[in-house]
Design a protein around this ligand. Structure first.
Ligand SMILES: *[C@@H]1O[C@H](CO)[C@@H](O)[C@H](O)[C@H]1NC(C)=O
Ligand SMILES: *[C@@H]1O[C@H](CO)[C@@H](O)[C@H](O)[C@H]1NC(C)=O
Ligand SMILES: *[C@@H]1O[C@H](CO)[C@@H](O)[C@H](O)[C@H]1NC(C)=O
Ligand SMILES: *[C@@H]1O[C@H](CO)[C@@H](O)[C@H](O)[C@H]1NC(C)=O
Ligand SMILES: *[C@@H]1O[C@H](CO)[C@@H](O)[C@H](O)[C@H]1NC(C)=O
Ligand SMILES: *[C@@H]1O[C@H](CO)[C@@H](O)[C@H](O)[C@H]1NC(C)=O
Length: 376
């Protein structure tokens, strides 16, 4: 009898641990942006949701005169398909609607955020669209607020947005819509002529998480030397992921609210001398790709086709390859593993990838997911 009770007690304990684990908030955000312009080659059904807890539909625009979301016919075709597909998958992922992006006008966001009536129209539109198409939240990708005025308006927007989402959740008796934002790699624009810092108090209080874009540190705008576009450490400058993430933490954003960006693409140069091929080697311009940008699967193909030499640089935590005068800087599975270990050690909320469909057979996304799950 006593032995049976012990077995029962053991089972109850195991089961309650399991239930507690299963019902608590997801302990990690494994994010991925899905470019809707690639819908025909990479439809939502092809996304392996075991590697992603949060998927972002990229992007929907904001109308510059009405400040409502602009839903194109392509968006109308894919948004519901995206949300229902990722919700029905095993395991399911959350679906967020991402607004703006690198090609959207920052002025539209600026004009919206500065005016109370425009903010109200915008917020109402985000609720209407998110609910209509079945999204779990909205992700703001304003690249970038240009000055202190934009930053303080952004704080007001976050506050009003959160209040509106809470009110809507109470009225509709549905889970509150999430608020996230893709942000600069550092908490302030310390390299720019117009110094300005993100409104960290508003982020801490009203935003579920922010996603620093930890890439594009070097590229075609610096044609005379090779550069590691997403390096973790740089002993000679503050343009690095470790500095950027630390700046957010130092500014007061809890690590749990930081979701670190990882690129699924690289940047290329033409070497001046094929025998001088380190990071920072003299270059004469951009290398292969679209203005010196190659997607990760293209890099794997390029390396194989050109018998390129690949190097992992442990000091910076970055990978590069060279073949003749071609030089490619990117992340392979080893540098991704080091970066995800860094994110875990700093107790960040997780990581995200830009962008789905750029990986080679999901190699890097799988490596990141496995690394985060590993027991230490
Ligand atoms: C923005 O909205 C206005 C008024 O509804 C419309 O005329 C215009 O075409 C829209 N712009 C875009 C880019 O959709
Ligand atoms: C999504 O679209 C695909 C066509 O690409 C279709 O096969 C699938 O059934 C759709 N899924 C949902 C949930 O609408
Ligand atoms: C705010 O925008 C509305 C309509 O977009 C306009 O009528 C109003 O004058 C603006 N308010 C200010 C203070 O600029
Ligand atoms: C990096 O930033 C710190 C302060 O955050 C500053 O003290 C230091 O001088 C900066 N280093 C470089 C190389 O700019
Ligand atoms: C590829 O490069 C390696 C050195 O990096 C060399 O040993 C090998 O012969 C090359 N193979 C071909 C097919 O060119
Ligand atoms: C990443 O690149 C380095 C240098 O070629 C290599 O040693 C390492 O095995 C690569 N990582 C993986 C997981 O393939």
């Amino acid at each position: 009898m006593a032995a049976q009770n012990l077995v029962l007690l053991f089972l109850v304990t195991v089961l309650s641990c399991f239930i507690a684990g299963a019902t608590s908030a997801p302990p990690v955000i494994k994010g991925g942006y899905w470019p809707s312009w690639r819908a025909d080659t990479d439809p939502p059904s092809t996304i392996p949701t075991s590697y992603f807890t949060h998927l972002f539909y990229a992007f929907v625009g904001v109308n510059a005169t009405t400040y409502k979301l602009t839903i194109t016919s392509t968006d109308a075709q894919w948004m519901r398909n995206f949300t229902s597909t990722v919700h029905r998958k095993k395991p399911p992922s959350k679906a967020l609607l991402s607004l703006g992006g690198g090609n959207a006008s920052p002025t539209t966001f600026s004009n919206m955020a500065t005016n109370a009536s425009n903010r109200a129209t915008f917020i109402a539109s985000t609720i209407q669209v998110a609910r209509k198409y079945g999204f779990d939240g909205i992700d703001l990708d304003w690249e970038f607020p240009k000055d202190d005025q934009d930053m303080s308006n952004l704080a007001v927007l976050f506050r009003e947005w959160r209040t509106a989402f809470e009110k809507e959740a109470r009225a509709s008796r549905r889970p509150r819509l999430l608020i996230s934002a893709a942000v600069y790699f550092a908490s302030s624009f310390f390299l720019s002529d117009v110094k300005r810092a993100y409104p960290v108090n508003a982020i801490r209080r009203y935003v579920d998480f922010v996603s620093p874009m930890c890439y594009d540190y070097h590229g075609s705008w610096e044609p005379s030397a090779t550069g590691a576009q997403a390096l973790l450490y740089d002993s000679t400058s503050n343009i690095s992921t470790s500095y950027g993430i630390q700046s957010w933490i130092r500014a007061g954003v809890p690590p749990k609210k930081l979701v670190m960006g990882l690129p699924l693409y690289g940047r290329t140069w033409k070497l001046k001398d094929p025998n001088v091929h380190g990071i920072g080697a003299p270059a004469v311009g951009v290398g292969p790709g679209d203005n010196g940008v190659l997607l990760y699967f293209q890099i794997v193909e390029f390396n194989a086709a050109n018998n390129a030499t690949e190097e992992f640089d442990k000091k910076t935590v970055s990978t590069y390859s060279y073949a003749g005068t071609n030089w490619l800087g990117y992340d392979n599975a080893t540098s991704i593993r080091y970066k995800v270990e860094f994110a875990r050690e700093r107790r960040l909320g997780g990581y995200f990838f830009w962008a789905l469909g750029y990986d080679k057979d999901w190699t890097l996304t799988k490596e990141a997911s496995r690394t985060w799950n590993r027991r230490y």
